[in-house]
Design a binder for this molecule. Sequence first.
Ligand SMILES: [Fe+2]
Ligand SMILES: [Fe+2]
Length: 356
Amino acid sequence: MTGPSTGLSEELREKVSDRASYVSVIDRLSKASVDKHWDAYADVPWDDPDCQVDPKDPRWVLPPTDQLGATEWYRSQPVEVRAEIGLWRMATAMKIGLQFENLLQRGLLTYAYKLRNGSPEYRYAMHELVEEGHHSMMFQEFVNRSGLPIRGMPKSLDLLAQIVPWVPRLSTEMFFIFVLGGEDPIDYVQRKTLKSGHKMHPLAETIVRIHIAEEARHISFARHYLKHRVPRMNPVRRKVLGLLTPGVLGIMARIMLSPPGPMVRHYGIPKDVVREAYQSPPARAQIRDCVGKLRELAIELGLVGPVSKRLWRANGIWDEPGAGRTADRPHARPRASSSAATAAAGAKAGRREEAK
Ligand SMILES: [Fe+2]
Ligand SMILES: [Fe+2]
């Protein structure tokens, strides 16, 4: 297979008003998985001398766009410490990523188990499963090579997370909301890092580019699945989905973006620095922004009503549509002041998607 492209793959975004247009999207995603996929060992230059993982390598230093990398405390540390913290952060993100992918893979198997013969979703779910397998191997190999005592998800969530593989039995729509809750925030952060022009370590850059390219398809599948299924849901189940969505997204975004506890303890990072990096207004804005596309999708799917909107706010992930379109927040739409205007903006976003 060829190396990951220098451009960033964009998600396929289409209106799926009928079964035929939905199936056509799934078929194209399946074909794209055959045409463009990467192997964790054949396509990552693990043995390239330039790609060796040395915790003291200054190429691991966090960019100023990173919330911790921007703090005075971090910038005053010796370069070897800054490098090691940067590597620790990246390896932790990969460890949490592979644990998430493990839950996702098991959930995809639960989902696929019940699919009928000839289902286009079955083939795509299997492509996604294989791709996630390669991501998991790639991420674990990176963690192993860091030589650092990397831990993954916080223990408190470990038990709760074991419910996820069974969620498709209760609601496939809820399962794909969870999938997007894990995939979208990490995709947002990875794209932002690449677009910032920050010179990454070449091994990390290859892994991130492969991941972005394949995740674009996974995200497309989950989005189109929801666009196809949610409007056909029983109204009571749809209401429940709307009420559970903000909690799931709020937890997922924080798991992906929060500081690793063992790292904070290991380097004795002062509490006020952790607060500055992860609870300051820019850090809170990043949490809101990384679920921006999901917020738009939830509005479009009719999953945001007066009560669920309160839950989005309580989870710190609500932003009024159009709260300011900036380079950092390209998904923000023009300001709308009423729910009618919000619905109109949602429809407009749909037309925009159709035109892509
Ligand atoms: Fe993945
Ligand atoms: Fe994925």
